[in-house]
Ligand binder design. Structure first.
Ligand code: HEM
Length: 514
């Protein structure tokens, strides 16, 4: 105390005390006591209302955050900044709790909200990409300039130069030779906004990811996921250009015997990567929120774990993942339909034309083969013949609908063993798949009107969203989280946090009223 008083009389009292505070403020060595001691010492030596200074507020909130998540990020001047601070607490609880385990659950909810928000931007760009394709605007920009391409042409001269480049493309020469500059500007802007949105997602994702990782707001576990998602995001930009190129290159079009459109394989790969990105961001965000909620309500979490560990729920976990995979594959088969414009034929439902199925000869047409021995006929038809591709999509969609219906009925039967939120997601899944099938049917009946086809595409993402939520909810907790909660560590952590938090606040308000 004497030392502290002497220090505080010094002209540099606040900064010295803050250093002292930071140096010693180690959670389990009584940080709450230290906080109030520093405050009352301050008060005694004349620094009244220290508790109301931004410095004190910042330190107390840092302390609370660190207490909660075991962070080492802010107390950089502390010699104890590693996990020494956890030792006494770890010793008090089960031996199997290690600092690494504690570290693996420290990601804050802010990171989760950012991830979920960014997945919303990915949702948006997928829908915009669909609109770009539906308005046949995707081949209007004939170059890929990752940085300088952020700006559209400015002034009449630049626009005319851009239009000249487009005039050299197969799409203009074979399909669009009638369009004028104003019409070109429309298709240019559709594609330009799509690309700009992509760049925006890159910024909104990568800059905060680096910030969160550097300031140690994310666990090692989440960092790995962020790295994977960043790579996927980079790959997605490249896939976009790779796809566009397939529609600009006359040699490739000749090989495919196609009019100037992008390859359905590349379109589906680009769509699939976007779905993976979306699912990865959403899944990681949901994981963080869920685990933080468990750490804050260990008792409730314990009860939920009992449900999740019930062997009767085992098959549901596998079913949920299979359903998610199935919805994804159905969406990809839809991508193939879109890539081949296969929705423009057989505009009847449930029959395909006058019969239930087109003839075998039409479905397995040898003209699609590129080999002399015709051995590639079957798979080329499955992936390149619009009639067969449409039938494949109809089949997958029907199977996905029946699958969800069966799971819904099974879930009603297993109601007692299923967590409540998982039951709700199965109901949502049933609703969304019904809507999605209805949208698909009307898309085909009305010969692919742009608004409906776009809604159908958004519906596929909504379906995948509900399937992700469902699979995430029936998943068992990670080993580390389970250990922290089952060992009583989380309970202890919570008790300490509440105590220190409330003590600090009481002390702070007392001093403020003096
Ligand atoms: C679980 C159900 C379904 C899912 C997940 C699904 C998903 C998709 C997806 C992702 C696309 C690509 C959209 C694009 O890239 O623009 C698509 C296209 C399409 N789907 Fe489905 N679909 C389903 C059911 C159906 C049904 C039942 C039909 C009709 C019988 C149908 C007809 C179509 C058509 C015609 C297209 C092409 C639209 C276009 O050219 O933009 N879909 N579907």
């Amino acid at each position: 105390m004497l030392l502290l008083k002497t220090l505080l009389r010094d002209s540099n009292a606040l900064s010295v005390s803050s250093k002292l505070f930071a140096r010693n403020c180690v959670f389990n060595k009584g940080c709450s006591k230290l906080a109030s001691n520093v405050s009352s010492c301050m008060a005694q030596v004349g620094v009244r209302n220290y508790s109301m200074t931004p410095l004190f507020k910042e330190k107390t909130s840092q302390m609370k955050r660190n207490t909660m998540f075991g962070s080492k990020w802010n107390f950089s001047s502390s010699p104890n900044r590693n996990f020494n601070s956890f030792k006494p607490l770890l010793n008090e609880t089960a031996e199997q709790v290690t600092p690494d385990m504690v570290n693996s659950v420290k990601t804050s909810n802010t990171v989760a909200y950012w991830l979920i928000g960014t997945s919303g931007l990915v949702f948006g760009i997928v829908v915009l990409g669909g609109l770009t394709r539906l308005t046949e605007s995707g081949l209007s920009i004939t170059e890929w300039k990752p940085v300088t391409g952020s700006l559209p042409p400015i002034g009449q001269k630049e626009w005319e130069e851009e239009f000249l480049k487009y005039k050299e493309s197969p799409e203009f020469q074979q399909l669009n030779s009638h369009i004028n500059l104003d019409e070109f500007k429309f298709i240019f802007f559709m594609e330009w906004i799509h690309r700009l949105w992509g760049r925006g997602i890159g910024l909104v994702f990568i800059a905060p990811a680096v910030y969160f990782a550097v300031t140690k707001r994310t666990s090692a576990h989440v960092n790995k996921r962020l790295l994977g998602l960043t790579s996927l995001l980079g790959l997605q930009g490249f896939l976009g250009w790779w796809m566009v190129k397939s529609g600009l290159d006359q040699d490739q079009l000749n090989a495919r015997k196609s009019k100037p459109t992008v390859s359905q394989y590349r379109l589906t790969t680009h769509l699939g990567a976007a779905f993976f990105l979306y699912m990865g961001m959403l899944w990681t965000g949901l994981d963080i929120l869920k685990e933080n909620k468990w750490m804050k309500n260990p008792e409730q979490a314990g009860k939920l774990f009992q449900k999740l560990n019930n062997p009767a729920l085992g098959p549901m976990r596998k079913i949920a993942l299979t359903l998610l995979a199935f919805c994804f594959v159905t969406a990809m088969s839809g991508g193939m339909v879109a890539g081949l414009d296969a929705g423009m034929i057989y505009n009847t439902w449930p029959k395909m034309g006058a019969t239930w199925f087109p003839s075998g000869r039409e479905l397995m047409d040898e003209n699609f083969s590129r080999r002399d021995d015709k051995k590639d006929t079957w798979w080329r038809n499955l992936l390149e013949n619009p009639t067969t591709v449409q039938l494949v999509h109809r089949t997958f969609a029907t199977a996905a609908f029946c699958g969800v219906l069966a799971v819904h009925m099974y879930a009603l039967k297993k109601k007692l063993v299923m967590p409540r939120n998982a039951q709700m997601s199965v109901h949502a899944l049933m609703g969304v798949v019904t809507l999605q099938v209805a949208l698909g049917i009307f898309t085909i009946l009305w010969v692919v009107p742009t608004p409906l086809a776009s809604l159908h595409q958004a519906g596929s993402l909504a379906l995948v969203t509900t399937a992700v939520i469902f699979a995430n909810q029936v998943r068992k907790p990670r080993g580390n989280v389970k250990t922290l909660i089952n060992s009583g560590y989380a309970q202890q952590l919570l008790k300490k946090t509440t105590n220190s938090g409330s003590k600090i606040m009481t002390e702070a308000s007392k001093l403020a009223s003096k």
